[in-house]
Each structure stands twice: as C-alpha cells, then as structure tokens.
Design a protein. Structure first.
Length: 370
C-alpha cells in the first residue's frame, strides 16, 4: 500500500477496513404500479386506511419521504389503531431525521400489533444509526425471535453491529446464518468477505466476493467487494477492472470513484484520477475525504494552491479532522509557510489524541518550524 510520499494521504489505501456496500436496487416499476393501484382505490374509497398505508410504503421506497409521511398519517387518522401505519410513518420520520418521533411511532406500532415484526427491526436500526449498539443488538435479536420474515434482514443488521463493536466472529456467524435463510442473496457474502479481509484471510474473502458475483451478476456490490480484495492484494489492474464494472452497473456508486481515483493516481494516470475525484464530489459534495484525497494528488503534482483549496474545503466540512490538519500543515511546510504550518500542528495537538500518526507527525513538524 502507498500512503503518499510526504505525510499520510489517501486514507482509502492505508487501511483494510473499507466497508463493502451492498447496492440496493429499488423496483421502480413495482412501486409505481402500487401507487397507481392504491390511488385508484383511494379515489373510490377515501376512508381506505390500508390503501393509504400501502401507497405510503411505495412512496417511502421511492425515497419520497414527504408523500410517504402524508399517506401514513392519513392512514392513522382514518384508523388510529392501525399498527402498520405507525411503522410506515415512523420510517418516514426517520428518513426526515426526526428520531424521537420515529421511535415513538415504532413503539406504538409494536404496542398495537406485537406480532408484526417489521417495527422491531426498524427500531433496532434506529438504535444502530445512533450508535446505541447494545440496544441495537437486543432489538435485532428480538426481531429474529419474533418474526421469521424479519430474520434475514435482522441477522444482516445485527452482524453489522457486531462488526462495528469488533466482534468479528459473531458478525461472520450472523452473515453465515443469513446465507442459510436466503441462499440467493449476495449481500451476506459481501459483508462476510469484509470480515475475512480484515482478519487477513484474503483468499477466503475473494471466494465470498466471487459467490456474490455469481449469485447477483448484475449487481455492483459483488464487483466492489472484489475490487477491495484486489486492492489489498496490491493488484492494481484487478482493482480498476472491477471498479469499471461497478461504475458501469451503478453510475452513482460514489465510493467506486473514490477508490479508483486513488488507484489510478498510483498508476500515474492523474488525468483520469482527477476526473474520478470530480465525479465523486459531484455525487457527494459533502464527503470531506474526497477533497482530502484529491488534495494529495494536487500536492504530488506540485499544484499547491489547488491542494490547499481542497484541504480548506475538507476542514470546512470536518473542522477537527486531525489527519487533514496535519496534511495541510505539511503542505504549508512545502510552501515555506512556517506560520500556518505551526498553527495547524498546534491545532492537532490541542484536540483529543484520536489519531496517533497525526499527533506524532504534528509534534515532529513543530520541531522543524520553530
């Protein structure tokens, strides 16, 4: 792996803990069909709560949170004891960022319909999203026990909580059980591959990625999975080949452009690398890591002003990022700007010491700029 000629840049290549992302493919035609069917029913039966709830679910799957919220709320007004409608509205609240109301709706859905498994999973996902890991594990376990229909997704999500907590073997066990529950799904193989990769089991990780591609050849997830394994095998061409497939299958897969840009820079193809960084920024303009990585390319090319602009933007988005601060300090040293270099190094040391490399480099840097 390379970590830059001066300073640690290109964080994507300095760690093997790059999460494999499962790519979900919403069935737009099916959602549109449901919306049309339920709209016709509502026109004929304005008090049909079930039709509102089902249309709200379809809008949710289309990421139309406001219409989903309106329909689910209408279903509740018509039938205040309709548990599924509360779950539907809870998901809309969650998508809109209102955690407290989402949790209240999930709890009400469970109270009204304790045999309906979906709100148990959604409530646990809310715990997970807010890093309440022990509550999330308990919630997913309850979903698995109460609802066979929820078991596959709950196992997958519980496995991810275990992975975040560092319980790799328990995470892998959940993914393996999920494979048994849903033998045709690629997602468990993608996530188990990541566990194996982090344990240094490279060949086993690649086997899981190959299984994912075999099961879902038209999905980008398995190819991204392979790309990350090839990246860790220092197989540059293999990594690029797989990421080419990812961006062909799913042009909006932002991480693929990020990783490919760094690998292309390593190959010396900076024109294409910068184009990939530009696309990654277009897709997710608030991703500070992309600006940091692109700054590393500009720095290596001697385009210091452009590198500085990218470090500044990364810090605007993530002001206390020690890695970015120390890299900007190193850039200031290259630009013979001791005053600003010293300020950045001191800023790193004033923060909680969460990044040992950044802290050590800042201390060393201060020795040169005093």
């Amino acid at each position: 792996m390379i970590c830059g000629s001066i300073g640690r840049v290109f964080g994507l290549l300095c760690s093997v803990t790059i999460a494999v992302t499962a790519v979900a493919h919403a069935d737009e035609a099916s959602n549109d069909r449901v919306i049309a069917e339920k709209t016709a029913i509502i026109a004929a039966e304005p008090a049909n709560a079930a039709a509102y709830e089902l249309r709200g679910e379809a809008y949710y799957l289309k990421r139309d949170w406001n219409r989903a919220f309106d329909d689910c709320s209408a279903a509740i007004r018509i039938d205040p004891n309709f548990g599924r409608a509360y779950h539907c509205r809870g998901r809309a609240y969650s998508a809109k960022g209102d955690r407290d109301r989402a949790m209240a709706d999930y709890n009400e859905a469970i109270r009204l319909d304790p045999d309906y498994g979906a709100p148990y999973t959604s409530r646990a996902e809310e715990y997970f999203n807010h890093r309440d890991f022990d509550l999330a594990i308990a919630g997913f376990t309850e979903a698995i026990e109460r609802s066979p229909k929820q078991a596959y997704r709950a196992l997958m999500m519980r496995g991810q909580v275990y992975a975040v907590k560092g319980a790799a073997d328990r995470a892998a066990a959940d993914y393996t059980e999920a494979m048994q529950r849903n033998p045709a799904a690629a997602w468990p193989y993608e996530l188990r591959s990541n566990i194996r990769l982090n344990k240094g089991e490279i060949d086993a990780a690649l086997e899981d990625c190959d299984s994912a591609v075999r099961l879902e050849p038209g999905s980008a997830g398995g190819h991204y999975c392979r790309a990350i394994v090839f990246l860790n095998k220092d197989d540059t061409d293999g990594t690029i080949r797989e990421l080419d497939d990812v961006t062909r299958i799913t042009p909006s897969f932002q991480k693929a452009y990020r990783v490919r840009a760094v690998v292309l820079h390593r190959k010396g193809d900076d024109k294409r690398a910068l184009a990939d960084f530009d696309e990654a920024i277009r897709l997710q303009p608030r991703d500070s890591q992309v600006y940091t990585d692109r700054a590393g390319v500009f720095r290596d090319l001697g385009q210091h002003d452009r590198a500085l602009a990218d470090y500044n933007e990364a810090l605007r988005l993530d002001p206390n990022n020690q890695d970015v601060l120390v890299n900007r300090g190193l850039l200031y040293m290259m630009m013979s700007d001791a005053k600003h270099a010293r300020a950045d190094f001191n800023s790193v040391l004033a923060l909680p010491p969460t990044d040992k490399w950044a802290v050590d480099t800042a201390r060393e840097g201060l020795g040169f700029v005093k």
